[in-house]
Design a protein around this ligand. Sequence first.
Ligand SMILES: [Zn+2]
Length: 404
Amino acid sequence: MAPLSARTTDNPVEKIAHNPGCAQGLEWIEHNTRWVTEEQIRLTEIAAPEMNETRRGEYLRTLLESSGLKVRTDKVGNVIGERPGADSSVVLIAAHLDTVFPAGTDLRVKRNGDRLEAPGISDNGAGLSALVGLARALAQSRISTSRTIVLAGDVGEEGEGNLRGIRSLVEEYGSRLFAVIAVDGPSIEHITTQAIASRRFEITITGPGGHSWSDFGAPNPITALARGIVQFSSVPMPDEPRSSFNFGVIEGGTSVNSIPARASVKIDLRSEAEPELARLEAALREAMRAALRQEIEAANAPPDALGLTFHSLGSRPAGKLAENSPLRETIQSVDRYLGNRSRLERSSTDANIPLSLGIPAVSLGAGGMGGGSHTLGEWYDPTGRALGLKRLYLAAIALAGIYR
Ligand SMILES: [Zn+2]
C-alpha cells in the first residue's frame, strides 16, 4: 500500500491553489475574515427594500473601488466591478442587494456572542460581503486571468423585483458569459444547479360595497376571495415535479361595518416543471372564477356584480445546468480540494435567468452559518466563513483561468 503522502491527485484546483500568486489571495482570506464580517454588518444596516437599493449599492461601490476594481452603476442600479482578463469572455459573480424588508424596518445588528442578528444579515448580507472579500482577495493575488471576472451587486432579486437586475446583466454581457455564480445566503453545503420556475399574481375582487346592516346580503369581495383561497388550497400539489403555493399578503376593506368594495391577495406558485406550473395557474384561475360564481349566487346578485382581475407580479423561468457542465465540474473539484461536502440542489435564485437561456449558472452560499431568512429573527454566524470565501475565490480563478 502506498503511503498517504504519495497519494497523487489530478485535481486541477490543487495546482491553482499552489500557484504562488493565487496562494496570496488564500492567505489574505485566512487573516481577514473579521474585516469581511464588519463590512457585512455595515452593508446590512443600510436599508435596501424592494425597488430601493440605491444607498446600499453606493456603499458597495466604494468597497469594490477600494479593491482596485473599475466600478460603474448601470441603468437599473446594478453595481458592477470588472477585473479585466486577457480575452473578452466573462465569469460573472453576482450577489443581490435587495431584501424583503420594507423601509422603516429596524436593521441594527445585534451581537450575541459570535452570532449576529438582524433582518437581511444572511440573505443577502452574507453574499454581498463575500463579494467584497472576493474582490480584496483577488486584489491581493498576483495573477492575471484569461477571462474577465465581473463582480456585481444586483437589484430586484426578492419579492416583486422579478430578477430585473440579473436580467439586465445577462442582457448586457450576453454571449460573452462563460459562467454565472449567484452568491446567496451562507450555506456551502449545496450547489444549486436547477432553477425552480415561479409565477406570482395579485388577484383582486371588486364589488358594489355597502353598509353592513342596510345592504346586508350584497356580494362581498372578501368572502368571495376567501372562498377562492380555500378552493385552490384543496388542489392536490404533486411531489413529482415538486410544486408549491403560498398566499402571502391579503388586503381589502375599509371598516368593520362596511361591506368592502375591494379585496386582494398575492400568491406565489412554484414548480420544478413549467407545464405543472401552467396547470396550477389554470387551477388557480378556475378556483377564483368558481368562488365568484358561488358568492354571486349566494347573494342572489346579477352575474356581473363582482369583478375579478389577475395581475402578474412576475415570473421566473425554469432551467437546469447540464450534468457534464465544466462549471459544475469546477465547483465540485474545488469542493474536493477543500474537503467540502456539497449536494446538488434546486432553488429559485438569480441563477434562474442565465439557466433559462442555456448559460451555465449556479447559486452558491457565502460561508458561515445562518437561519431565519425572510424573518425579523434572521441570524448569521461567521464561524467557517474562510472556507466559503476560499471556495468562491478558487472557483472564480479556476473558471477564469490563470493567464500568467
Ligand atoms: Zn437571497
